[in-house]
Design a protein around this ligand. Sequence first.
Ligand SMILES: [Zn+2]
Length: 217
Amino acid sequence: MYYKKLMDIFTTTDIEDIFPKISINTFDNFIRAQVMKKQRYISPYKFAYEHNITVNESVKFFMYFTGDDNLFEPIYYFECSRPSCYDSRIYLDINDLDRFICDECGKKYKFETIQRYIKVLFKLSDSLDLPKESKKITKKDPNSTYEALKELPPHLKLESPSHSASQQSFTSEGDELNPEEGVDLQLVMELNTKNDGTSISPAVERFKEAFMSLEEK
Ligand SMILES: [Zn+2]
């Protein structure tokens, strides 16, 4: 199920054209490492640090795996401004976007007040059962970019520059990142677009539409 999902995304979308450097195994290993650390949320910030890509690239990459029985369930929240609230996160439900109330202190918020502060987390879907053994994935499609790259002479492959030196510092910084820090909704909505202008994650697109309709009220 999990591997089928991963394979489906890598073979049926344009993800490999946009991210030729990131293989299924790379992403699989990253997710596994987070699950081993008992992380509830998979952080695009951490993925960006560990794989030497920008946060924007990482968030766009995550869009391919978000929503509708995919790997990640998007979780939307903002934080209660009252410092006395211990668990200050207020989670949003796309079907109930008129209600912005802190469960802890009862404070009611207006959409205009919170709209710029909504953040998104990527929760590994509960219905996914991650197999205990990792699987080495080999691609068989000769037309894929992945295969084409493998056949290039080594010096022509797209390697990340200055791999060894900078990687070290990235990793230590990456460990200090809070894995439960969400990404700005505005950024997520912006990056949920393919090169041809269509949206990547239909679930995020639906949230965007619901969000926009509130903006127009
Ligand atoms: Zn509160």
